[in-house]
Design a protein around this ligand. Structure first.
Ligand code: GAL
Length: 449
């Protein structure tokens, strides 16, 4: 009998001990998951307080992005290098979360913001992602004072300022300009097959038919779903032209029009040339198919150039570039920019980071490696390679339109509905259903409301 009681008594003692410590064995987990946002932050702060002195806490900056590999991380590292030189006493905490176009990172960021656990600064796209999402949710501090102190209004492009402003307040510091509508191609594959670089959708289809006839099943490399959206926006631009493309985002265009039907048919045709394993590939995997000669073309933003260079390929021999067929003369752009959140845990350090992101040193360190052109107009051109010099010239002379996938033309709500419609279309190929879903998305969350 007494032997049977022993485990019971031990359990009793354990329970009494836990009660004396102020909780049951389950309690810590429950606290973590169900506490209010404010309580969770307090708990985290207490833990941090124990580990760090106040001075140590003031001397760090946590910066959030999705630049973890393939040219992107190297660009970020270069800018961190400039930061370390200018602010040797501030520890840089790189909170990047992997995943192209920020698909994973932005979900993590949303959860953190909801839990009142903002990083000190994060990467957000100029345009509707910034204004229609973060500013609309009242999550950011204006940074006009930084523009004034640093004279940035004189060197940042006039086209960009309205996209990062609302009611006279400027809400981010742009670090670059990327081009979305780039067709990357393998020069050897094209010349060996007697294929010219296509300049229209019709020429592109003919070129891809010729490559398929020569035995290349999938001449156009594509990756996971956001890269399908990226391809989609460039085909919309090619098919509709810049005026009708822009009208889709300001409410003056009709998503149900015959022109949009034609554009969706073009897109459906483009998809017939794509690799069947696209959904399993990252953008880097898809771009790599081109330089390896397994595909002839890839449509990707010019961060692909940073990647090609990082993995050892040379411009013109390893890879060539052109505007996506049918979009020459248009620069479909996006801009990476950093923000100052309300209640940044280390506000002064965040301001130090933003100062570097907007500086000529920061931008000239970051962009040549990242594969983007600087947002500032006074960059040192000698630091940039052939592709980026051509992008600088195009940016200065082309018609500029915004990217959907990378936050310029649609806020998160509208973009996410388009993404859902696109996902269904990729699975069922139903063009009519896709168009109705796009019409409905515009009415529910877009400018047609
Ligand atoms: C974009 C971002 C670029 C690049 C790309 C691929 O959204 O603006 O800087 O990171 O995603 O990850």
């Amino acid at each position: 009998m007494s032997r049977k009681l022993t485990p019971f008594i031990l359990l009793l003692l354990l329970a009494m001990l836990l009660a004396a410590c102020g909780g049951s064995a389950d309690e810590p987990e429950t606290t973590d998951t169900t506490d209010t946002a404010a309580d969770t932050t307090d708990t985290a702060d207490e833990a941090t307080d124990e580990e760090m002195t106040e001075e140590e806490m003031a001397s760090m900056v946590e910066v959030f992005s999705w630049w973890t590999g393939g040219g992107e991380a190297a660009g970020l590292e270069a800018m961190i290098g400039v930061f370390a030189e200018k602010y040797p006493d501030i520890e840089f905490v790189n909170a990047a979360v992997a995943g192209g176009a920020g698909t994973n990172a932005r979900a993590v960021l949303a959860t953190r913001l909801q839990a009142n656990d903002a990083p000190d600064s994060w990467q957000g796209h100029a345009g509707q992602e910034l204004i229609g999402t973060y500013v609309a949710a009242d999550q950011l501090e204006p940074v006009n004072f930084l523009f004034e102190e640093n004279g940035w209004l004189e060197v940042m492009p006039e086209t960009l300022i309205p996209l990062i402003s609302q009611d006279g307040n400027i809400y981010s510091v742009p670090v670059n300009i990327h081009r979305a509508n780039v067709l990357w191609y393998n020069p050897t594959v094209l010349s060996e097959n007697g294929v010219d670089v296509p300049t229209s959708l019709a020429e592109w289809f003919t070129a891809m038919d010729a490559l398929q006839a020569a035995g290349m099943d999938a001449p156009l490399a594509m990756g996971e779903q956001w890269t399908a959206m990226h391809l989609f926006e460039t085909v919309l631009l090619a098919s509709l032209g810049p005026d009708a493309y822009e009208a889709l985002w300001d409410g003056s265009g009709d998503w149900g029009s015959a022109e949009v039907t034609a554009a969706l048919n073009d897109y459906a045709k483009v998809l017939t040339y794509v690799n069947s394993d696209a959904s399993a590939l990252t953008w880097q995997d898809a771009s790599q198919l081109v330089v390896n000669g397994d595909a002839a073309f890839n449509v990707m933003g010019d961060w692909a150039e940073g990647y090609f260079r990082e993995i050892g390929f040379e411009p013109n021999t390893g890879y060539g570039w052109a505007a996506v067929p049918g979009t020459d003369g248009n620069f479909q752009f996006l801009s990476d920019s950093f923000v100052l959140p309300k209640g940044a845990p280390h506000r002064d350090a965040a301001i130090a980071w933003l100062t570097v992101a907007g500086s000529i040193e920061g931008q000239d360190a970051f962009n040549p490696v990242k594969g983007s052109i600087p947002a500032r107009s006074d960059a040192d051109r000698s630091l940039y390679g052939e592709y980026l010099l051509s992008a600088m010239d195009d940016w200065a002379s082309d018609r500029v339109v915004g990217s959907l996938t990378h936050g310029v033309v649609a806020n998160d709500a509208f973009k996410s509905e388009i993404d859902t419609a696109l996902g269904l279309f990729l699975a069922d190929g139903n063009i009519e259903g896709f168009q109705s879903a796009l019409v409905a998305a515009c009415s529910a969350s877009g400018p047609c409301q």
